[in-house]
Structures are given as structure tokens and as C-alpha cells.
Design a protein around this ligand. Structure first.
Ligand code: NAP
Length: 248
């Protein structure tokens, strides 16, 4: 019997969101996880799952009211800004209790050689001529790098792209990030001189940053977009405590 029959809507698409759904379901909460539908083969998620956009902030507000949502958790990726803005607007207009789960950004450590930039475009301009660069970015972020005809790119992604990247000189590497030693071996084998990535935070893709530190490789780090002030907690356990306080 659910401890609360009022439902928690989790805006997901992240490993933390999947973990949160599993923990809440295990504790008897009724959850709906929402996915944008971008990933071809998403990991299994406990509880109910819905897929696809809501139709902007208004569509989400409508969904909150009509699906009897007691609490909204925005557990989307730190760089997914539109859905988070929509979530804030929707909870404000419907007075729905709300919390955001956002893993902390990576912090620079001694030995890191980071060039922190604010945008993808700035990252494109920051690459030195004739560099060999690991582009550790989603396929939708590769386009702007086509301007750099003087750079060799190793484009790493999990799913093969529908069309090959429009880059002058590149190779595709279809794999997931490995552990630190595997990442160091990969960077060395490919004779890479730089990494371009986003400050996603979390542990799943941190190994390349640790490997770069060890090898003395510069990282062009695209920092997170500015977020509006909002109630944010850093991990699944603190979100569960929040849900328990609110819903019992
Ligand atoms: P976005 O630009 O913030 O959102 C664009 C639109 O996609 C939203 O307005 C919304 O459409 C729909 N949408 C986004 N997330 C949704 C969700 N969880 N459930 C239902 N609809 C959603 O988002 P994005 O950057 O494309 O990211 C899409 C999804 O991928 C997110 O769930 C995010 O957590 C995940 N993800 C993103 C990144 C990234 O780098 N951005 C990385 C890893 C995972 P409507 O306006 O029609 O509601």
C-alpha cells in the first residue's frame, strides 16, 4: 500500500533521477518519471514512466493539476535549461511543492589545467591550432566545431549519430567513458592534446578529468548555465528526506 497515493512527478533523463525513482518506489511512494524521449534505449525505471514534452510551462502546469501531482522533483541534467525554467513557472502557477536535484559541479583541483568557458562558441574559439581534441559532448553540440578546419577531433558518443559530424578531420569513438586508467590509456593512445567537455558533475564521466590531470592535459571546461534561485538539493538521499517531510 503506498505511503502516499498522491504522486511524485520526477523530471528525469539522468542517472540520479532513475535512482530516485527506485528509492521512492521501494519506500511505497507512487512516482511518474518523465523523459524527453531523446535516448534511444533508456535504462529501466521503477514506477510509472511517461515520455515526450508537455507543451511548455503551460502544458506542464496542466499535467500537474490533472494528474494529481503532489510534488514535482526536477532531476534533469544541469545543462537542460528549458525544462527547468518550465518546471519553475509551472509550480509557481499551480502552487505545487517543488525541489530540484542537482549534482554539484566539479571543482578545480591542484594539477588541473582548466580553461573555463561560458559557452560552446567560446570553447570552439579556445582550441589552439593543430590541437588533437577529445570532444566529450552530446551529438547535438558538435556542429559549432565545424568552423575549426585546423583541428583534429576524436568525437566520443554512446549512440552512433544519424549523420556523420560535419568536421574536417575527425574520428568517431563509439563508447562510454571508462575508469581513470582506461581514460588515461585512451587519451595517450589517440595522442590527444586537449579535452572539451561540459561541467556535468557526478562520478560517471569524471574519470577523464582525473586522467587529464594525471597526464597534464588541458581541459576546455564549459561551465554550467546560470540557474535562477531555486530550492536545490545535491543528492538522492536529501531529496528523499524532503519528500518524506512533505508527503509523510
Ligand atoms: P531542454 O532543452 O531543457 O528541454 C527542451 C524541451 O524538451 C522542453 O521544453 C520539454 O518540452 C522537453 N523536455 C526536456 N526534458 C524533459 C523531460 N524530462 N520530460 C518531458 N519533457 C522534457 O532539455 P534537453 O537539454 O534537450 O534535455 C532533454 C532531456 O535529456 C532532459 O530530460 C535531460 O535531463 C536529459 N539530459 C540532457 C542533457 C543535456 O546535456 N542537456 C544531458 C543528459 C541528459 P516541452 O516544452 O514540450 O514540455
Amino acid at each position: 500500500m503506498p505511503v502516499s497515493d498522491r504522486r511524485v512527478l520526477i523530471l528525469g533523463g539522468t542517472a540520479e533521477a532513475t535512482k530516485l525513482a527506485a528509492s521512492l518506489v521501494a519506500q511505497g511512494y507512487s512516482t511518474i518519471s518523465s523523459l524527453a524521449g531523446r535516448t534511444r534505449d533508456p535504462a529501466k525505471i521503477e514506477g510509472a514512466v511517461r515520455t515526450g514534452g508537455f507543451g511548455g510551462a503551460e502544458g506542464l502546469a496542466h499535467y500537474l493539476l490533472h494528474e494529481n501531482i503532489a510534488l514535482l522533483v526536477d532531476a534533469t541534467h544541469p545543462f537542460a535549461t528549458q525544462i527547468s525554467d518550465n518546471a519553475l513557472a509551472a509550480v509557481q502557477s499551480t502552487h505545487t511543492p517543488f525541489v530540484r536535484l542537482e549534482r554539484p559541479a566539479w571543482q578545480r583541483k591542484p594539477g588541473d589545467i582548466w580553461n573555463s568557458v561560458a559557452t560552446l562558441e567560446e570553447a570552439v574559439l579556445s582550441i589552439p591550432s593543430r590541437a588533437r581534441v577529445l570532444l566529450a559532448l552530446g551529438r547535438q553540440h558538435i556542429g559549432p566545431f565545424s568552423k575549426r578546419r585546423d583541428v583534429y577531433f576524436v568525437v566520443r558518443m554512446i549512440d552512433p549519430p544519424e549523420t556523420p559530424p560535419d568536421l574536417a578531420d575527425f574520428e568517431l569513438e563509439l563508447s562510454k567513458p571508462g575508469k581513470k586508467d582506461e581514460e588515461a590509456a585512451f587519451l595517450t593512445r589517440k595522442r590527444l592534446t586537449h579535452i572539451v567537455c561540459r561541467n556535468s558533475g557526478g562520478s560517471a564521466s569524471y574519470a577523464k578529468i582525473a586522467a587529464a590531470r594525471e597526464l597534464g592535459l588541458p581541459v576546455i571546461m564549459i561551465e554550467r548555465p546560470h540557474r535562477p534561485d531555486t530550492s536545490t538539493l545535491p543528492d538522492v538521499d536529501s531529496i528523499i528526506s524532503f519528500v518524506r517531510e512533505r508527503l509523510g
